[in-house]
Write a new protein. Structure first.
Length: 701
């Protein structure tokens, strides 16, 4: 599995990268709903008319006379020209039958015919008004009922989403917020972004100040950055600071099945916004409509093009002095149509990037404000362990920690809860019901210790902080966490090389000890390959190609893949060099482990019995083995000061990062973790073990 923070499972934020998918789908749903309600209405109508209609059957006048002759008639009613006959004998107790007579003779003849028969004869003078009213009721009532039913259903459909009933109607109203209740105080870090937006707030407050000098006010600003960094939050904060209403819409909602719908939505949105000016209109995921019309990015769709054109026209059309400001957000700025970025449109670009160490501390503080913390809490340490995390991850971690504290019956969050929640967000919860077989535990332990030992033996690797073989819900069977000593913005070539050897240390340990390999190293191999490839194609660390740039990153904010820009022959050579680099790193890992085989065995043995060991314990055993000491049951029995005297500098870094664990790759924090025979996507299907099966398929000693 891939546990990097920017690859969060999409469950967190639905619909992030599939703008447009939603539109047609919604539409199909609403057409279906419309048809269903039409059907229901028709059934109701027929039911109503049925109720109103007379149940009696028709007979001829001759048949009626025959019944009179046979003395079968009890009662006759003549009303509005209709003769109703009630027979003496009813068909059943429940059914009061009556007959209507067609081809009525005139009233006089009828009266004469009935004289002396003893049949009760009701005759009502025709009442034109009454007749009219009754007809009206019988026709109008069902129509009115039907009308209201349809109205009701249509409203519901429109509320729920687009729907063909919503053609041409903007749903902007649904998202209007009179007061967002968010100000810049709620947005931690992101100082540059806030500064740029502060100006915008000032424009909204007193547009006159700027127009007096002749300055043109900005029409829009584009917030650019990776998912979860607080773009929406910032937009809301601008509205909150300026104290104006906030309209928000997602770009994907403009994209509809029918050509022209999106465009009319844009028109409606602007109309509505102009009525409410001063206000802020926020368009999230603007790339859904603003995609370049150039076909390279999948543009050139008629509907989207029209929508985009309408947006451009509207942006050109409105008068900024009214205090209307358009904010838009995207994490794929490279696909936007250049026309959107021209002066007079989204001419301001505000970068909302991943927070650095200081930013993370501040975000943690903002979210920890409403949470009870005990005195053990050190938010800086948590921030250090979460390099690469974005605001939403950090908010999530604080919340997880609070939930953990409650679960454990405590009234305040402790540092331990926070550490645990970092792991929960990174690798999922502990999976207590997944019990590894003894053999699997051995393999996983050796694999993890392999990583840790290789890292500890290389001076350019980051300190090991924790090793565990407790399986996690997101698929890891065990992992090693490392923490950088300080926030790093650059990696040296040596560090990257050490990283490669570290990634492959787990696999190397498996091969050395068990003389076979398992599926558990899939993620390690993937990561190592990624780093090796980047070294050769992007960082100019290739022996063969030197400084030649061979690939470009597709998107700087999403962890997209790098695209090679070289010929086929060169690509083959690149593959070859990547292979060599990986091979060399693997051999190096095996060499290190073979040289320290005793330490590997002792630490793995200890890990098997404890399931989790700290970086400190790890170093203690390692040093004891190096000195040829016996490993006691209780590690506290090992001479402590000895360690200190020997490795003062080591101890220093350990104290600093004692409680935190994570490894970094060039861009993001992660942990080295294993998915041995789990149902993880990166592992070939034929070796997937089911959750309760503790069997290892192919790794006997
Ligand atoms: N700088 C920050 N300060 C405080 N909280 C933050 C910050 N950044 C993100 N958050 C938290 O993360 C949540 C999600 O952020 P938000 O939705 O604004 O991200 P976004 O960049 O708009 O993401 P998307 O690209 O998915 O729209 C916020 O509601 C907030 O709780
Ligand atoms: Zn591994």
């Amino acid at each position: 599995m891939n546990n990097h923070m920017d690859n969060r499972p999409d469950g967190n934020r639905p619909n992030r990268n599939n703008p447009g998918n939603q539109g047609p789908n919604k539409n199909r749903q609403s057409i279906l709903a419309f048809l269903i309600c039409l059907l229901i209405s028709l059934v109701c109508l027929s039911f109503v008319t049925d109720m109103m209609s007379d149940k009696s059957s028709e007979i001829t006048y001759d048949k009626f006379i025959e019944m009179v002759d046979k003395d079968q008639v009890k009662e006759v009613t003549l009303q509005s020209g209709v003769l109703t006959v009630v027979p003496k004998i009813q068909k059943s107790y429940y059914q009061n039958a009556s007959y209507k007579v067609n081809q009525m003779e005139d009233v006089d003849a009828l009266t004469k015919r009935l004289e002396g028969t003893g049949i009760v004869f009701h005759y009502e003078q025709p009442d034109a008004m009454g007749e009219f009213v009754s007809t009206m009721i019988s026709v109008l009532l069902p129509t009115v009922v039907l009308f209201f039913m349809l109205m009701f259903l249509m409203r519901r459909m429109n509320k729920g989403g687009s729907g063909i009933m919503g053609v041409g109607k903007s749903r902007a109203k649904a998202y209007i917020q009179k007061e967002t209740g968010v100000t810049f105080k709620n947005v931690a870090g992101q100082e540059e972004a806030k500064e740029s937006l502060q100006e915008v707030v000032d424009f909204l407050h007193n547009p006159g100040k700027y127009t007096a000098i002749g300055a043109k006010l900005p029409k829009g600003a584009l917030l650019v950055g990776p998912p979860g960094t607080g773009k929406t939050l910032l937009a809301k904060a601008v509205a909150g600071e300026a104290n104006v209403p906030f309209f928000s819409l997602s770009g994907s909602e403009f994209v509809e099945m029918f050509v022209g719908v999106g465009a009319s939505r844009v028109r409606d949105l602007f109309e509505e916004a102009k009525k409410n000016a001063p206000c802020i209109v926020f368009i999230d995921e603007i790339d859904a409509i603003g995609k370049s019309r150039d076909s390279r990015y999948g543009g050139g769709n008629d509907e989207r093009e029209q929508t985009l054109n309408q947006l451009l026209a509207e942006m050109d059309g409105f008068d900024t002095s009214k205090g209307l400001l358009i904010l838009a957000a995207t994490n794929r700025p490279e696909v936007l149509d250049p026309a959107l970025l021209r002066p007079g449109r989204f001419d301001r670009r505000i970068i909302v990037d991943r927070p650095d160490l200081k930013g993370r501390v501040e975000i943690l503080k903002v979210h920890a404000k409403d949470v009870m913390l005990d005195e053990t809490v050190d938010l800086e340490a948590i921030a250090l362990a979460t390099s690469g995390a974005v605001g939403s991850d950090l908010a999530n971690m604080i919340n997880e920690a609070a939930i953990l504290a409650v679960k454990n019956g405590r009234r305040a969050v402790s540092q331990k809860d926070l550490q645990e929640s970092v792991e929960v967000v990174l690798v999922g919860k502990e999976k207590k019901d997944r019990i590894l077989s003894p053999q699997e535990r051995r393999i996983v332990s050796y694999h993890e210790v392999g990583h840790a030992l290789v890292n500890a033996l290389q001076k350019d690797a980051e300190p090991v902080q924790k090793i565990t073989i407790v399986p996690r819900t997101m698929g890891a069977l065990g992992y090693v966490m490392q923490v950088p000593e300080e926030e790093k913005y650059l990696n040296t070539q040596k560090e990257l090389e050490a990283m490669l050897v570290g990634y492959l240390g787990g696999r190397a340990a498996e091969e050395i000890v068990f003389d076979t390999v398992t599926t558990g190293a899939a993620n390690d191999i993937e990561q190592a390959t990624k780093v090796a490839r980047a070294m050769i194609t992007q960082y100019g660390m290739s022996q063969k190609f030197g400084l030649m740039g061979l690939a470009t990153q597709e998107n700087q904010y999403l962890s997209g893949r790098a695209v090679l820009n070289c010929g086929d022959d060169t690509a083959t050579e690149i593959d070859h060099e990547v292979m060599q680099l990986l091979h060399y790193s693997y051999e190096e890992a095996k060499r290190l482990l073979n040289e320290h085989r005793e330490a590997l065995d002792k630490i793995a043995g200890y890990l098997i019995s404890r399931e989790t060991i700290t970086g400190k314990e790890f170093m203690k055993i390692f040093r004891a083995v190096e000195k040829g000491l016996e490993i006691p049951e209780n590690l506290d029995d090992l001479p402590d000061e000895d360690v200190k005297a020997e490795e003062k500098s080591e101890e220093k870094t350990e104290m600093k990062t004692e409680n935190i664990e994570a490894v970094r790759d060039p861009e993001v924090t992660g942990v080295q973790e294993e998915t041995l025979n789990t149902g993880d996507a990166t592992i070939s299907d034929d070796v997937v073990a089911d959750e309760t099966d503790n069997h290892v398929s192919d790794s006997e000693e």
